[in-house]
Design a protein around this ligand. Structure first.
Ligand SMILES: [Zn+2]
Ligand SMILES: [Zn+2]
Length: 455
């Protein structure tokens, strides 16, 4: 009853016979060394396909992997795409997967999923919750969880690949489906582009992606008209001082007190220097300094995230952070040789949908799902590297849309009680997989068929 599909030839036969390649729900059937799609007996109906995608989702959820370590996930994506009839190349941009289906004349469409999870200890209590331990960038062990829902994205991607393969008669063009490493913290899209995504494979005129959303119930969608996700910089700051005994502050220059002044000073960049009509965020997410009650340390390290929608605004914020740090250090009597060091570690561009494509996608969804399921949302101050695919060539039209993921009953209860639901990256974030994935596959497939409509 269970049969391996490892060759494109076998996959073509499967598609032709109408059977559906699926993943068995047991985690033991899928291993890191060889993720293998299997045939379920008698599968093929829409309902069966959806169940299979939920089983796939639960398997991916139980086995999350951190950025650039997505070997198991990439193996599953590659095997599924191959089984659906795509020509698949692995290890593009380290762990990325590129799946190409050439289907007659027409435009080239890129559809992206990301694959990475987060260093978060899952607290959902779900039967398929992750207990995985991964290796952080510094080599230390860390719990890992799909707290951003990239497992939802992968499941939708597989469902879309199958649906597009099964509906080849309805579209014409080239479909390039990619599974990207390391979206969290950036670097994955860049790695794939640097590894020749647009040179070794057909270069797209259109690119689509979706992200699950904790602001919407499952079954609903939002399509940003233009502003989707903000620019996001990650900044490392080292605040130097002159250490000594905690009992003798006069013999020191205290970097802990100085760091506190800098943090409060940074708030002024938003409240007093920023145009209220230009969104901006400066968050100090990490502060580390000192070792003991009575020792004034030599330095304090801070990590910041800086968000905005505009290059000039972003530059003003980054320049302002360096200025405030230096100014506060001068005020604290820090000698010139010990001024704070400010380094921008990562700087991600804003994700701006191409208005024409976003409008077409939204109109399509309103027609397909009804106005009440397609809802407006404010632009997000989160960041993404999906923007890289469009910035690589201004001729590429891009659109990312939001896929509601919250269980309807949970949503209704939260509304009634006035409680706040867990956001993305929260250890309690638990998407409702069946309706979320079903809506995602339906929406992404419809959008792909529209872009690749026969002319
Ligand atoms: Zn995330
Ligand atoms: Zn994400």
């Amino acid at each position: 009853m269970i049969k391996s599909l490892r060759t494109a030839a076998a996959a073509v036969l499967v598609i032709a016979s109408g059977a559906t390649p699926v993943l068995a729900s047991g985690a033991t059937t899928v291993t890191a060394s060889g993720a293998t799609p299997v045939l379920a007996k008698g599968a093929g109906a829409g309902a069966a396909r959806q169940t299979d995608l939920v089983a796939l989702y639960k398997d991916l959820h139980t086995h999350p992997e951190l950025g650039f370590q997505e070997l198991r996930s990439a193996g599953i994506m590659a095997a599924e795409a191959r089984a659906a009839g795509f020509a698949v190349t692995e290890k593009v941009g380290r762990t990325g997967v590129v799946a190409v289906m050439v289907n007659g004349p027409g435009p080239v469409l890129l559809i992206r999923t990301d694959m990475d999870a987060l260093p978060v200890r899952e607290a959902t209590g779900l039967p398929y919750a992750s207990t995985a331990i991964g290796k952080a960038a510094d080599g230390s062990d860390t719990p890992v969880m799909h707290a951003c829902g990239h497992d939802i994205h992968m499941s939708v991607w597989v469902g879309t690949a199958r649906a597009m393969a099964a509906s080849k008669a309805a579209w014409s063009g080239t479909l390039v489906m990619i599974a990207q490493p390391a979206e969290e913290g950036g670097g994955g899209a860049e790695a794939m582009l640097k590894d020749g995504l647009y040179a070794r494979f057909p270069k797209p005129q259109f690119a689509l992606a979706l992200h699950d959303d904790s602001r919407l119930p499952a079954g609903r969608i939002s399509v940003p008209a233009s502003r989707a996700l903000s620019a996001g910089a990650m900044v490392d700051m080292t605040v130097h001082g002159i250490g000594g005994h905690g009992a003798y502050p006069a013999t020191t220059r205290d970097p802990v007190a100085l760091a506190a002044r800098i943090i409060m000073g940074l708030q002024m960049l938003i409240s007093r220097e920023s145009d209220p009509f230009q969104p901006a965020v400066v968050t100090v997410g990490s502060i580390h300094g000192g070792s003991k009650y009575n020792i004034i340390p030599d330095e304090v390290k801070l990590q910041l995230t800086v968000r905005s929608y505009d290059a000039a605004q972003q530059k003003r914020l980054l320049d302002g952070i360096a200025r405030v740090a230096r100014g506060e250090a001068i005020a604290a009597g820090i000698p010139d040789r010990l001024m704070p060091e400010v380094k921008v570690a990562v700087d991600i561009n804003p994700t701006l949908n191409t208005p024409a494509l976003a409008a077409r996608v939204e109109a399509l969804f309103v027609g397909k799902f009804g106005r009440d399921r397609i809802v407006p949302l404010d632009p997000s101050m989160a960041s993404e590297d999906f923007s890289d695919y469009g910035l690589a060539d201004p001729g590429i039209e891009t659109t990312i849309f939001w896929l509601g993921a919250v269980k309807q009953s949970t949503w209704d209860a939260a509304k009634a009680n006035g409680t706040t639901l867990p956001s993305l990256h929260n250890s309690g974030f638990a998407p409702d997989p069946a309706p979320t994935i079903a809506t995602g596959v339906e929406a992404m497939t419809a959008a792909a068929q529209m872009v690749l409509a026969k002319r």
